[in-house]
Design a protein around this ligand. Structure first.
Ligand code: IPD
Ligand code: CA
Ligand code: CA
Length: 270
């Protein structure tokens, strides 16, 4: 019963937040940058995170919150119930395009993902899952993923990884791009996870994601049989930034084994 209540509550918060974001399109949005000039944040990212936190702290005071904008708790371990929230995943798209961004939320108990949500605010598409009970897009249950051969697969990957870089062998990535059916890069990691879970993409690769980018999507993906790991093939720890890959079964192993080579001299890629 407890989780059903939390699930209903989380969905209604997400829908309310989505409405606030849609309303913000007609207001003045204040834009700042964070770690570099292209790492954007707006007053809306901050306001939406504060909206979630004030509600959760009132109604579930014993739960902890890990939020990208830093208004939540200082999380050092995964014990207890933790809400992992990205109020707007794809802020650059939110600012420049007013589409292709999402609200990303995963609710974990002692490190195990119980509830996951990715809300494509503009298209009013809510992807969600409860551990062991299947994944849904709005009211439609998502089918189990089937293996797709690489030459019939669409891969979500950023073009920068086929250029020389310090993390992975770019020639291997270029071979992947040539071997698959096509590539896409949407600019919202959470949405790209949702696309893998719903079969719109067959794999997605990123060098560095944070727990709030992947927490919701991992619960959803697990329910349809997608395989997720870091680029060393290890499970993601959800306690810091890590490389990330998710794919349909079979394809995950093929890409990891034959098309990803982490540079031995690269020490900062987990
Ligand atoms: C970013 C987006 C982007 C991914 C970055 C993330 P933000 O999140 O998900 O697609 O490539 O690594 O940081 O900053 O827009 O929430
Ligand atoms: Ca994000
Ligand atoms: Ca964000």
């Amino acid at each position: 019963m407890k989780w059903e209540l939390i699930d209903r509550y989380a969905k209604s918060l997400i829908k309310e937040a989505g409405q606030q974001i849609r309303h913000s399109f007609s207001s003045h949005i204040h834009i700042d940058s964070k770690s570099n000039a292209n790492d954007l944040v707006t007053n809306i990212d901050r306001e939406i995170e504060q909206f979630f936190i004030s509600r959760i702290k009132t109604d579930f005071p014993e739960h902890k919150i890990l939020g990208e904008e830093g208004f939540g708790d200082d999380i050092k371990t995964l014990s207890g119930i933790i809400w992992m929230l990205d109020p707007i995943d794809g802020t650059m798209n939110f600012v420049h395009q007013k589409r292709n961004f999402s609200i990303s939320l995963g609710i974990y108990q002692d490190g195990i993902g119980i509830l996951g949500y990715i809300y494509d605010v503009v298209h009013d598409e809510l992807y969600y899952a409860k551990k062991g009970e299947g994944a849904y897009l709005n009211d439609e249950r998502l089918p189990q993923l089937k293996t797709t051969p690489l030459n019939e697969s669409i891969i979500g990957v950023n073009a920068r990884w086929i250029a020389p870089n310090r993390y992975i062998d770019h020639e291997k990535t270029a071979a992947l791009v040539m071997a698959c059916r096509g590539t896409r890069s949407y600019g919202s990691a959470a949405m790209e996870l949702a696309y893998v879970a719903s079969g719109r993409l067959n794999a997605y690769i990123s060098m560095r994601l944070s727990p709030w980018d992947i927490a919701g999507g991992m619960v959803i993906a697990q329910e349809v049989g997608a395989i997720a790991s870091n680029l060393k093939g290890e499970p993601n720890a959800l306690l810091g930034q890590e490389s990330f890959m998710i794919a349909s079964p079979g394809l995950h192993q093929d890409i990891l084994k034959n098309y990803i080579r982490v540079k031995p001299e690269c020490v900062d890629l987990n």
